[in-house]
Design a protein around this ligand. Structure first.
Ligand code: UD1
Length: 373
């Protein structure tokens, strides 16, 4: 069986690392190369600290194809990816295409494949924010709509797809395999060694600091929201240090709008090992990232989400996560109340840490050879 894996943006490297490892493990157990994996990197994220570091640390096989498409508008990026991915698929003729999450690379990969009648497997299917202004919501709805294997991380995701009637009008099948990001944390936290800068931070702040990240277009591209969040983090930083590994998009906007920080430690984006170390040692997390909300939970840290809604509704329902949007007062109030509560994180919400293995088993059992290009 030949699988083409399509990645491009930072969170996808983490997710693909888990399934790639499971594929290699499956082949090892069988004593032969039952599955051949071909990796395409679209180039959506291209800086070394947004891409290469993940391949190195997580030992992801080097991409077989690097398309070099990034740093442009949504339409141009998705269109160019579609064209170049199609060329590779025509050459490779895979039995299935594996896509992850909700980025432009996900949608381009799924579209290119389905138009060639190659079945698509979507890892992290079924998530919904019900906010169609988010590019991610558009990407995930359209990707789910054309996928044959819908690998959900949670029961909520399964219910979302069932409510859309997916199985009644298509050949698609829904599976709750758990979250591959949970597998990743379980495996990599054992071998994560921080770099120099993060080691120095731990030396200085011990475990008395908050971790914050910011990258969503809805926050970075709206100056009022960006300024409000920045002011809130800076005010919190007066009492408890706030460490912010800053995404290039947010960094650019902060410079353009001349926003200044006095009490926040801004860093370049960090690799996976540094991030795991920061998560393990921080007091709590402020973020607009989807992945980091869950990773906070895996490390038993409360999370204040800088968005109006979240796809990870079970975290809010269990009281581990609070939505603050970009509201200055709300962020400050929640820091003073919610962040200081006692939490019991012992509930299991994201599977048993074997999501990657399950994806591989299901793909091998269910793939049919009648989907030839
Ligand atoms: C993308 C995803 C988002 C995901 C996020 C993770 C889409 C629509 N969005 O958002 O769902 O949560 O990745 O980080 O696909 N840039 C660099 N260097 C890089 C990468 C990007 O400078 O290595 C710059 C780009 O030039 C661009 C900006 O950052 O100006 C945004 O990058 P882009 O890939 O468009 O979207 P993200 O905000 O990263």
């Amino acid at each position: 069986m030949k699988i083409v894996t399509i990645v491009g943006a930072r969170p996808q490297f983490v997710k693909a690392a888990v399934v790639s490892r499971a594929i290699a493990e499956f082949n090892r157990e069988k004593g032969e190369k039952v599955i051949e994996e071909v990796i395409i990197h679209t180039g959506q994220h291209y800086d070394a600290n947004m891409s290469d570091v993940f391949f190195e640390e997580m030992r992801i096989p080097r991409p077989d194809y690097h398309l070099g498409i990034g740093g442009t508008s949504h339409g141009a990026m998705t269109g160019r990816m579609l064209e170049k991915i199609e060329k590779v698929l025509l050459k490779e003729k895979p039995d299935a295409v594996l896509v992850y999450g909700d980025t432009n690379s996900t949608l381009a990969g799924a579209l290119a494949a389905v138009k060639l009648h190659i079945p698509v497997a979507h890892v992290e299917a079924g998530l919904r924010s019900f906010n169609m202004r988010m590019p991610e919501e558009v990407n995930r709805i359209l990707t789910d709509r054309v996928s044959r294997w819908l690998f959900c991380p949670t029961e909520t995701a399964v219910r979302n797809l069932q409510a859309e009637g997916v199985e009644s009008w298509s050949e698609a099948r829904i599976y709750n395999v758990g979250d591959v990001m949970y597998d990743a944390v379980l495996f990599y936290q054992k071998i994560a060694v921080p770099g120099r800068e993060v080691s120095d931070i731990l030396q200085e702040y011990k475990n008395n600091f908050y971790l914050a990240t910011l990258h969503r277009a809805e926050n970075t591209d709206d100056i009022l929201r960006l300024a409000s969040i920045a002011r809130a983090l800076d005010d919190i930083g007066r009492k408890i240090p706030v460490v912010v590994p800053l995404h290039p998009r947010a960094s650019k906007r902060i410079k353009e709008n001349e926003i200044k920080f006095s009490y926040v430690k801004i860093m370049e984006p960090v690799g996976y090992f540094d991030m795991l170390t920061l998560l393990k040692n921080c007091r709590g997390v402020f973020t607009d990232s989807g992945g980091l909300q869950k990773e906070a939970f895996f490390f038993g840290k409360p999370c204040i989400t800088l968005r109006e809604e979240t796809e990870w509704v079970e975290l809010v329902a269990h009281g581990f996560n609070c939505l603050a949007g970009a509201d200055y007062e709300k962020i400050l109030n929640l820091e003073q109340t919610f962040m200081h509560r006692d939490f019991d994180f012992s509930v299991s919400l994201y599977g048993d840490g074997r999501a990657g293995e399950k994806v591989v088993e299901i793909l091998v059992q269910n793939h049919k050879a009648d989907y030839l290009i």
